[in-house]
Write a protein that binds this ligand. Structure first.
Ligand code: GDP
Ligand code: MG
Length: 441
């Protein structure tokens, strides 16, 4: 898949201390193939590669300390830019009711997404009305009513004997009289080439005057998804795209092409068939995910919120000054990690490489193990924590009894600590870069 292939390119690049034009060309050929195979549209691939190549051969990269890493950074930035730079929020700035019109092919996920959006907005304390004008597919209106009932959201009482335009007019009237904040208007699936059906949705648009007209499209359709979005956009003034079924084995190409080809931002992605499976779309985070870099941004946000900065600084100073690293420091480090949500939460967002290494400890199991280690350290006297080498057999038995563990576990902790101490020595001598290299093998 796309991620896997790009990660392979990254691995090769990262290993290179110096980059030549040939290195870059080889890497770009690989990236190009990976993108085409993921069904990214050809003009998008061409522009993208040209952009990355130009920057990769520029001073910014070649004069950097690790050119391989700098190229990866360029690829990441360009991927982000391709997808629209920033998250585009749902725009509801209209005289209420704000209308959201849903459009797309049959089976793309319009009805499901309507319900997901209603749930999201209800969570934001909005008074939401769902309505369906899908009078063509049997039971389509029932499907929306059932979803609405399960979410405890109101659904306008339309039925398949009515005309879609009449449903729209009645919905609007009802929503105004009952002071709804938002109306999510679900429609029948249609093809961009079906002139009668496209004329119908144009009329619905004229009547409803939606502030948002969302094109819902199945990511698994790859380039076709992008082409249908463009065709719809020629008839209907779309304001955004919802890319559904990204949880399946979608090749991912659609996410990369939509913005460039249609000029419309992806506003949400569907990540499961359940009603909570809708996420705001963040280009930067998607680029990280595609490159297997993990959701580093979320990780940093989390770290900034939860880490005790004074403690972190104290620790950094200690490491720099080459002072010895004792069991109290070891414990403080574990506590910091726990404040950040524990191993399980961290692993999800870590780059593939690091997560692989940490995987040996296991997410939730890692958390449990960490708590046991803390228990053992708590059972030690202050002098034992400062000078673990004084801990001999009888002391070990006392500590184990105090923490309610076996003596072997105390031994294991002391061994782990010794490893950590070695690592700290390495940092204070050779700096972070040396340690990272050692870890990457
Ligand atoms: P509509 O014809 O456009 O209204 O499509 P529906 O909302 O009825 O969805 C068609 C099918 O796709 C249903 O089986 C949904 O459960 C499924 N579906 C919709 N969105 C998603 C998604 O994000 N992920 C997954 N896995 N399935 C989805
Ligand atoms: Mg439907």
């Amino acid at each position: 898949n796309l991620s896997g292939r790009l990660q392979q390119v990254i691995k090769t690049l990262r290993g290179q201390a110096r980059l030549t034009e040939d290195n870059i060309s080889d890497a770009m050929r690989e990236v190009r193939m990976a993108l085409l195979e993921a069904d990214v549209a050809l003009p998008v691939v061409k522009d993208f590669i040209a952009q990355v190549k130009e920057r990769a051969q520029g001073r910014e990269v070649l004069q950097s300390l690790s050119p391989g890493q700098a190229v990866i950074q360029v690829v990441h930035e360009e991927l982000t830019r391709l997808m629209g730079e920033q998250n585009s929020e749902l725009n509801l700035a209209a005289v209420p009711p704000a209308i959201v019109l849903m459009a797309g092919l049959q089976g793309s996920g319009k009805t499901t997404t309507s319900a997901k959006l209603a749930r999201l907005l209800k969570g934001q304390k909005k008074k939401v009305l769902l309505a369906s004008a899908d009078v063509y597919r049997p039971a389509a209106i029932e499907q929306l009513k059932t979803l609405a009932a399960s979410l405890e959201v109101d659904c306008f009482d339309s039925n398949a004997t009515q005309k879609p335009l009449d449903i729209a007019a009645a919905t609007l009237d009802y929503a105004r009289r009952h002071y709804y904040d938002v109306v999510i208007f679900d429609t029948a699936g249609r093809l961009g080439i079906d002139e009668a059906m496209m004329a119908e949705i144009s009329k619905l648009h004229t009547l409803l005057k939606p502030i948002e007209t969302l094109f819902v499209v199945d990511a698994m359709q790859g380039q076709d998804a992008v082409n249908t979005a463009r065709a719809f956009g020629e008839t209907l003034p779309l304001t955004g795209v919802v890319l559904t079924k990204l949880d399946g084995d979608a090749r991912g190409g659609a996410a990369l092409s939509v913005r460039h080809i249609t000029g419309k931002p992806i506003k949400f992605i569907g990540v499961s068939e359940k009603v909570d499976g809708l996420e705001p779309f963040h280009p930067e985070r998607m680029a990280s995910r595609v490159l297997g870099m993990g959701d580093v941004l979320s990780l940093i946000e989390q770290a900034q919120k939860n880490v005790d900065l004074d403690e972190a600084k104290r620790f950094a100073d200690k490491v720099k000054s080459g002072k010895s690293f004792d069991l109290d420091d070891f414990k403080a480090q574990m506590q910091q990690m726990r404040n950040m949500g524990g191993m399980a939460a961290l692993m999800d967002k870590m780059p593939a490489q690091v997560a692989g290494m940490a995987g040996q400890m296991g997410g939730e199991q890692g958390d449990k193990a960490m708590r046991r280690l803390e228990g053992i350290i708590n059972s030690m006297t202050p002098s034992e924590r400062r000078k673990p080498e004084i801990i001999k057999a009888t002391r070990k038995r006392r500590i184990a009894a105090g923490a309610g563990v076996q003596v072997q576990e105390v031994n294991r902790l002391l061994n782990q600590f010794e490893e950590a101490q070695k690592m700290m020595k390495m940092i204070s001598k050779g700096g972070m870069a040396k340690m990272m290299r050692a870890m990457q093998g």
